[in-house]
Design a protein around this ligand. Structure first.
Ligand SMILES: [Zn+2]
Length: 471
């Protein structure tokens, strides 16, 4: 069935204009003035923005971690994402040392199958590099369409890779056309600080923040940047939280290193004092890297505005307060690390970014959709509104106000990290490949309708076009 969206204001990373959009067979077939509605379903978007569907490059759905499994899976997680205006996610596929990469990828396919309501791709974790792994990587990229590898510099004895592994991954990625992503914190120093804190009887959630200082995020970011320059490779720093890391990224970029930075909504609007909340409530805000002192927030906003940071990932990794977070009741290091953010990513960035004058509308689209699509080989199929691309569309009311709450959210998790926060602007209807997933704020999608996204290789020329912003 043809659909035609009329009277809305189309916003892409480059343009803002009024036009009708015709959708046929899941793709945008025409954009123009006064398109004929004959034989089409007419959707009136008067007073609304029309954004390309959000691309969330950082989710952990149904992921085993810390002796438990994240609460939201590919069903509740992707429904929540859709309500929040996200139509593509890239989830992290974990691997186990000594096991074929293919097995890990198959495991992740099984998690998503029959559940996802929006399109999804995978990043692949690299925990070790040896001849077997190196022999598997070309097919990971060519056949599985996975063109990004994740390396953890933290979580000692669990997920952490050593420097040799990171460097080898960068070398291989350069050769094969993949983007390396790193969790940049110095896991060895953290391990020492955690042991010391516990020995001194410091067991409360706030010590999660005290044992992971900003300096060691900056150090690891700088180290990763150095390795990237040395190997002439490419890197994407996930969840940047602080001035120390932003400075390392900016300096490396000035030196010509191909380095990109992501931050997350939580670091832009929450701060370290949340971990001090009484009755163990601080555990709701335990994730890594930790929330920082408030002064870092302005630095992150400015870095997004000036192009030192480039994307917003949710780092969705939800655990219930009751029954999961309380694994660390007597020891902060046992609190499962992660929080629920997939649903409110666009709302928070729009409300705090656009309506407060920190970001332009075009920057908002670039940061929440277009840039991630380009970096992770999905552009232009995803990440823009143009003739011939997937009709992943968000019809967004810029004036509606709501209070974020666990009582009204779609995620399965039992609390909201943003409980009581008032936000302006929200998605009203969301289409994935031309079909409504959310219509007038109600779920109308179909479980399993989300398709797996095989992604193109990393290509820096995706980024070379000149972009001018109107601020
Ligand atoms: Zn993460």
């Amino acid at each position: 069935m043809r659909k035609i969206i009329k009277n809305g204001t189309i916003v892409t990373a480059a343009d803002i204009y009024n036009a009708d959009i015709l959708i046929e067979n899941g793709v945008i077939s025409q954009i123009g003035q006064h398109l004929s509605t004959d034989g089409s379903e007419m959707i009136d978007a008067e007073g609304h923005y029309i954004f390309p569907g959000g691309v969330d490059p950082h989710t952990h759905l149904e992921m085993p971690f810390g002796g438990t499994v994240t609460k939201d899976d590919f069903e509740t997680g992707t429904i929540a994402a859709a309500f929040g205006g996200t139509t593509s996610i890239i989830d992290f596929c974990l691997t186990n040392k000594g096991e074929p990469l293919k097995d890990a990828i198959d495991t992740w396919h099984a998690k998503a199958k029959g559940k996802a309501v929006i399109d999804y791709g995978f990043h692949l974790m690299i925990g070790e590099v040896n001849d077997t792994v190196l022999s598997e990587l070309p097919s990971v990229i060519e056949e599985e369409g996975i063109s990004s590898f994740k390396v953890f510099m933290a979580y000692k004895n669990v997920l952490q890779a050593d420097d040799e592994t990171l460097f080898q991954t960068l070398v291989a990625a350069k050769e094969l056309g993949a983007l390396v992503m790193v969790h940049a914190e110095n896991g060895d120093v953290i391990d020492y600080l955690v042991k010391k804190a516990l020995k001194e009887g410091n067991i409360d959630p706030i010590f999660h923040a005290f044992t992971r200082p900003a300096e060691i995020e900056g150090e690891a970011t700088g180290r990763a940047a150095t390795f990237t320059g040395l190997s002439n490779s490419q890197i994407y720093i996930v969840h940047v939280t602080c001035e120390e890391a932003v400075r390392q990224i900016a300096e490396a970029r000035n030196n010509g290193v191909d380095i990109w930075g992501e931050t997350c909504p939580q670091y832009l609007v929450l701060d370290q004092t949340y971990l001090e909340r009484e009755n163990f409530e601080g555990a709701k805000y335990v994730w890594s890297p930790p929330l920082r002192e408030k002064r870092h927030q302005d630095i992150l906003w400015n870095a997004l505005k000036t192009g030192q940071l480039h994307t917003i990932g949710s780092d969705q990794c939800s655990f219930d307060f009751n029954g999961q977070k309380d694994l660390g009741k007597d020891d902060f290091s046992k609190i499962p690390n992660g929080g629920p953010h997939i649903e409110d990513r666009l709302s928070i960035l729009f409300s705090e970014g656009v309506t407060k004058g920190r970001l332009s509308l075009n920057q908002f689209v670039d940061i929440t959709s277009t840039r991630a699509a380009k970096l992770f080989g999905l552009y232009p199929q995803k990440g823009t509104i143009a003739v011939g691309v997937d009709a992943d569309i968000v019809i967004f009311d810029p004036n509606s106000e709501r209070i974020i709450s666990a009582e009204s959210h779609q995620m399965a998790v039992d609390y909201s990290a943003y409980e009581g926060m008032k936000v302006t602007g929200e998605p009203v209807s969301v289409l994935s490949r031309g079909e409504f997933v959310v219509r007038d704020k109600k779920f109308v999608g179909k479980l399993g309708s989300g398709q797996y996204l095989k992604r193109a290789k990393y290509n820096i020329s995706n980024e070379s076009e000149d972009k001018t912003y109107t601020i």
